[in-house]
Design a protein around this ligand. Structure first.
Ligand code: FES
Length: 105
């Protein structure tokens, strides 16, 4: 499974739906989330920008306004806050998010 990831040195902190997750830096957001939610790897994702099952809304530390993106097209950055997830992602992340610690606001 490690072959799926781009090389990384450390984990970075993301906030997803109000929960803290630690994911490998330097990877696409969808791949990063598969690190903590392996179900994503077997989900119905096209991984090439067509299905939109990976659509998210997020804010970064440098840009406070909400942006939409495809998680198979953007890399998660330290401090990124993912505020909305497409249904398929919510399904695949449900157990992970339920178990993850709540992020401090
Ligand atoms: S996985 Fe299909 S658009 Fe991102």
């Amino acid at each position: 499974m490690d072959d799926l990831f781009e090389p990384y040195e450390r984990l970075i902190r993301l906030v997803v739906a109000g929960k803290e997750l630690q994911v490998p830096e330097n990877n696409l957001l969808l791949r990063q989330l598969s690190y903590v939610a392996p179900d994503i790897s077997s989900g119905r994702y096209c991984w090439n920008g067509e299905c939109r099952y990976c659509e998210v809304s997020y804010r970064t530390e440098t840009r406070g306004t909400e942006q939409s993106a495809l998680a198979c097209r953007v890399k998660g950055q330290a401090g990124m806050r993912v505020t909305k997830l497409a249904l398929e992602m919510r399904y695949n992340l449900a157990e992970t998010l339920a178990a993850a610690p709540k992020a401090n606001e």
